[in-house]
Design a protein. Structure first.
Length: 670
């Protein structure tokens, strides 16, 4: 995120605003006093002010007098517009209300001043999103606003409607609670910012370094150890940060040079980090804000504990597949295990702080506390634990730095949530959210695999350049009902959408996590993105697996809790399926594999991972595809194992079969 050159006031103003944002959010989330729309207005106002103060309108304009004046004007307009929303929403200002009615109660009777406030506010939201996220989301929001206005003149394939005037559009999209101040911003305010604050606090105390050092010690003697460090540390960090790009930058700064020094090429090192960091947003408890949005959208409603419980096993399977891929790949390239002398010393104080915060978070969630109360108590637990050690103690200046960094980190999320609120307001106004599924269903012709494929493509396309939570929210609103009509468990349907929105982070041509990793490694962007895409391929099969086998989500096909035996069976088949999958991708099982063996292993994996018919054998219900895949894999594994036993002195090389030992450094993949 580009930073503007600071003015004289900025070094003091930004930390002060960050402290106000943290204190306000912690207080209002746990002990609300203000009206809901007022809460969101204050929260987003501070975010927009920080955006205009810290992110330049254009690269290269930092420090220009004209740019500073423009930024000051935008801050003043934000104060005026958001101040108007606050005054006309909060009962304490009821003496100033028009005809004694709040802004929400006079919906449909907006004045010219209301409309002007709505137009200016919409433009400010679009500009904040452009600065912090680029053009993709503002252009998408602008397209929806145009759609709302030009409804009568649209062709049939664009779902025409009767059309709405400027006042009605801006009222729906900005002034009321179904647009900017709606579900997306509420999720950021109620849940996400507190997790961002917790993550920044743990980083400040050294708990982040502890996670990486712990992973390094665990894999110190393992082949491809640095890559496994990247996988594990990114998973642990991602479970708290929930952002693929932020995770890549945080852990990749350390793990990518570590992988390169051990023999991985720059592109491969960056690809491992990008794939691992993208999966971090699939790992509970944060899940890139998707878990919290599901609480607001899924019908019938689910609890936060149900969401993270369902997401746990697929996330673990994803990371297991990455560990297998990097292990087989390191063996194929003949990379040596990390020397024991390189194992770092752990910092017990930092470990205590991390354990206190993470244990408290899980404990309070299991006790039934709401997510925001649990993370607040986890933050308090971590803060108390940090006071016990001089190396982790955060003083007054440290807390100010934590608040400032957390506020900066959440600015793009606030801008994204406000901007996507414009889209959601238009969706509600025009009814396109109910008409689009009706258009998609005939295309699928009641064919669930086809509907899933169309939804996957939609998720990947929309996810290009958009935060995962934004992508999920848009698709869940537009096409989520389609899967419900096709008989999919609602929670499985929403996780399916979320997974593919997240996988867009490593899907070329717009693979944002791949771009971030490539910039750290100094590798080619497209080559890195393609390599990350290959490594994360199991993430493209998992959603299909848990739709057809909801036991992986600990659910029965009817939506109720699955018995432990059914869960264990589904996990066993899934794990058995990803082993040949990882071997086929990496080109290594017991020996280096040629193209034919890789194709056969991939076929065995597909048989294990896909649903199929069942046969009744001796009173047992045997899944035909699973049994066939297991037999094929066992036969292939036996053949390859015997080949490895016949040439015990052969060492892995970069070729397509067994052979003499190759060089220690990794050679580019063919």
């Amino acid at each position: 995120m580009p930073q503007a050159a600071p003015s004289r006031l900025q070094p003091f103003l930004v930390p002060a605003l960050g402290l106000v944002l943290c204190a306000f959010t912690l207080a209002e989330v746990n002990y609300p006093v203000l009206a809901p729309q007022t809460q969101l207005a204050v929260f987003s106002l501070i975010g927009l002010i920080l955006c205009f103060l810290t992110i330049p309108a254009r690269a290269g304009w930092e420090g220009r007098r004209a740019a500073r004046l423009a930024d000051g004007l935008l801050v003043a307009l934000s104060l005026a517009v958001w101040g108007y929303i606050i005054v006309h929403s909060e009962p304490v200002f009821s003496a100033w209300w028009r005809d004694g009615q709040s802004l929400g109660n006079r919906a449909g009777q907006e004045t010219a001043l209301d409309a002007a406030v709505g137009v200016v506010g919409t433009l400010l939201v679009l500009e904040a999103a452009r600065r912090s996220l680029g053009l993709a989301l503002p252009l998408l929001s602008a397209a929806f606003l145009i759609y709302a206005y030009a409804g009568p003149s649209l062709p049939d394939w664009l779902l025409p409607h009767r059309g709405y005037g400027l006042t009605r559009i801006t009222a729906q999209a900005f002034l009321h609670s179904q647009g900017v101040f709606g579900v997306a911003l509420n999720v950021m305010f109620t849940y996400v910012f507190l997790f961002v604050l917790l993550g920044v606090f743990l980083e400040r105390t050294g708990a982040t370094s502890f996670i990486i050092d712990l992973a390094r010690r665990l894999f110190a003697r393992s082949v491809g150890g640095p890559a496994k460090v990247s996988v594990l540390s990114s998973g642990l960090m991602g479970s708290l940060s929930g952002s693929a790009v932020a995770n890549t930058v945080t852990t990749g700064t350390f793990t990518i040079p570590l992988m390169r020094s051990s023999g991985f090429t720059p592109a491969t090192a960056a690809a491992v980090e990008a794939a691992a960091s993208s999966g971090g947003a699939l790992m509970p408890p944060v899940m890139g804000a998707g878990a919290y949005m599901m609480l607001e959208i899924i019908d019938p409603p689910v609890t936060y504990l149900q969401v993270i419980r369902a997401a746990l096993l697929p996330a673990i399977i994803y990371y297991l597949s990455l560990l297998l891929v990097v292990h087989f790949r390191a063996q194929r390239r003949g990379l040596a295990a990390t020397d024991q002398g390189e194992r770092p010393r752990l910092s017990p104080p930092a470990g205590v702080v991390f354990a206190a915060a993470f244990t408290a978070l899980l404990l309070f969630l299991l006790m039934g506390y709401t997510a925001f109360r649990a993370v607040t108590l986890a933050l308090a637990s971590g803060a108390l634990a940090s006071l016990c050690f001089s190396s982790t103690r955060v003083g007054g200046k440290g807390f100010l730095e934590v608040a400032a960094k957390a506020a900066r980190d959440v600015v793009p999320l606030i801008a994204a949530a406000a901007c996507v609120g414009l889209v959601l307001g238009v969706v509600t106004l025009t009814g396109v959210g109910t008409r689009f599924p009706a258009l998609l269903l005939p295309l699928a012709e009641q064919n669930l695999p086809l509907a899933l494929f169309l939804l996957m493509i939609s998720s990947l396309v929309l996810g290009m350049g958009l935060p995962s939570a934004v992508c999920y929210l848009l698709l869940a609103t537009l096409v989520g009902p389609v899967l419900g009509q096709l008989g999919v468990v609602p929670l499985a349907a929403h996780l399916f959408i979320f997974y593919f929105g997240m996988m867009s982070m490593v899907t070329p041509p717009v693979a944002l996590a791949g771009y971030a990793a490539a910039s750290i490694a100094g590798s080619d962007i497209m080559r890195t993105s393609m390599a990350a895409f290959r490594m994360a391929l199991v993430g493209f099969t998992l959603p299909y697996m848990f739709v057809f086998r909801p036991q992986l989500l600990m659910l029965e096909p009817g939506g109720g809790p699955a018995p432990p035996l059914h869960i264990a069976g589904a996990v066993f088949i899934a794990v058995l399926g990803i082993i040949p999958f990882a071997a086929a991708i990496a080109g290594r099982l017991f020996t280096n594999l040629g193209l034919l063996m890789r194709a056969l292993l991939l076929s065995a994996s597909m048989l294990l991972l896909l649903p199929g018919p069942h046969l009744l054998v001796a009173g047992l219900d045997v899944p035909l595809f699973d049994a066939s895949g297991a037999v094929v894999f066992a036969a292939l594994a036996m053949v390859d194992w015997r080949r490895s036993r016949q040439a015990p002195a052969a060492a892995p090389t970069g070729g397509t079969g067994g052979g003499p030992a190759g060089p220690a450094r990794e050679r580019p993949a063919p």
